[in-house]
Design a protein around this ligand. Structure first.
Ligand SMILES: Cc1cc2nc3c(=O)[nH]c(=O)nc-3n(C[C@H](O)[C@H](O)[C@H](O)COP(=O)(O)OP(=O)(O)OC[C@H]3O[C@@H](n4cnc5c(N)ncnc54)[C@H](O)[C@@H]3O)c2cc1C
Length: 370
């Protein structure tokens, strides 16, 4: 049995726990692979009055040089069918499962809805946090509910059976939006997600409107005879060509969110930049005049500013993907979050000056307490 003595490690180097490979030391760290270890870790935090930071694979996180919290490395595992009807199946997936392996597993089982989200790095527990999305789909469309422990109430938790303290939010209550959810807003830093319940389809309808996916699939077959595996394979092929593998070149995927604007801003922008790419927002948000909202790819704005392949020391914009900031540092001279944020601030300032838009950083920036 784990006790807090062998569970909690001190002064742990997190460089291998974040895909940007930033230099970061955690005051305390615990691998959470059972509810028992979770219970022990929470009791330790309550006794020591230390804050908590749940993490997954660290593919969407910017860690400061010193993390003055107990880092909870959520590795809970398990995939369980909850119920089904003629058209749908509900499956509970533990937070520590690999996102991509879960997508592949769902396709193998003939459960559909996640194909376009193949190969997104990270674990299942982080997927609702920023409502992961790619190739015209967002995970919110397949989420039934999210189970979590309230980290701001750890003194009130049932330490004998921590599962009794699990709370549930339905998808409607999660306030999902573009790269947003309640877990980044009202509940920011207040939850540890233990599992996600997905509602998947038993029949397959390809979602291939996204231009690069549609182009790729035109080469391999017609829409009517496409299988879920073929769509996922096309997504995997495009992603592998387009995005740097963090195991080879450290990065956190898209570093900036795309710009989302209303009709008035869009009309002004497009009249000044008639060649700019754009697409209608997925969120179907309407402004008061009932106009649509539009997304402008931030990669295009960055390229237009002449910043593609810009480099400062070990930090740079990826040569082929302007939205991705990469870290070239060797492990002997590791990069810190300060250098990274300085570099990003220069990009933000240049885009603001040229276009008037303020780019938002997509990964979660963990503040330094020191
Ligand atoms: C090459 C690359 C490509 C990417 N492509 C995409 C993409 O196409 N679309 C997309 O949406 N994202 C993309 N991302 C971002 C990233 O993969 C996702 O955001 C992913 O969901 C992060 O998972 P993670 O386990 O690594 O989370 P982490 O980075 O470890 O954590 C992210 C945030 O979630 C919190 N968190 C993690 N686990 C839990 C938990 N169990 N309970 C409570 N809070 C938790 C952390 O505190 C942190 O704030 C990409 C990243 C990379 C490196």
């Amino acid at each position: 049995m784990n006790t807090s003595i062998d569970l909690i490690q001190h002064n742990v180097n997190l460089q291998n726990h974040n895909t940007l490979r930033l230099s970061s030391i955690a005051q305390a760290y615990a691998k959470i692979d059972t509810f028992e270890s979770l219970s022990h870790a929470l009791q330790f935090a309550a006794a020591e009055k230390i804050a908590l930071l749940p993490i997954g694979d660290g593919s969407n996180i910017i860690l400061p040089a010193t993390v003055e919290t107990l880092v909870l490395d959520v590795q809970l595992r398990g995939i369980q069918v909850i119920k089904q009807d003629q058209n749908h199946i509900w499956v509970e997936v533990a937070a520590g499962e690999s996102w991509h392996q879960w997508v592949l597993h769902s396709i193998q089982q003939d459960w559909y809805g996640l194909e376009n989200l193949a190969l997104i790095p990270g674990r299942v527990g982080a997927a609702p946090i920023q409502n992961i999305g790619a190739y015209g789909c967002e995970v919110k469309s397949s989420i039934d509910s999210v189970n979590f422990i309230a980290l701001d109430k750890i003194n009130d938790l049932n330490s004998l059976d921590i599962k009794q303290s699990i709370q549930t939010l339905t998808a409607a209550d999660c306030q999902f939006a573009y790269r947003e959810s309640i877990f980044k807003q009202a509940l920011a830093n207040k939850t540890l997600i233990t599992s996600v319940v997905f509602q998947l389809n038993k029949s397959f309808t390809p979602m291939i409107d996204y231009p690069s996916l549609a182009n790729r699939l035109d080469q391999t077959g017609t829409e009517s005879d496409l299988s879920a595996a073929e769509v996922a394979n096309a997504v995997i092929a495009i992603r592998s060509e387009k995005l740097p593998d963090p195991k080879v070149l450290a990065n956190a995927g898209s570093f900036f969110k795309n710009i989302e604007i209303d009709q008035t801003q869009f009309s002004e922008f497009i009249s000044q930049n008639p060649d700019a790419p754009y697409y209608e927002s997925l969120n179907n948000l309407k402004d008061t005049a009932n106009n649509k909202r539009y997304k402008i790819p931030s990669a295009w704005l960055i390229e237009r500013c002449g910043l593609k392949a810009k480099r400062s020391g070990d930090i740079g914009i990826h040569q082929h993907q302007a939205l991705v900031i990469v870290n070239y540092a060797e492990d002997k001279t590791p990069t810190t979050a300060v250098e990274l944020i300085d570099f990003a601030s220069q990009i933000i300032a240049t885009v603001k000056e040229q276009f008037g838009f303020t780019l938002q950083i997509e990964p979660q920036v963990i503040p330094s307490q020191s």
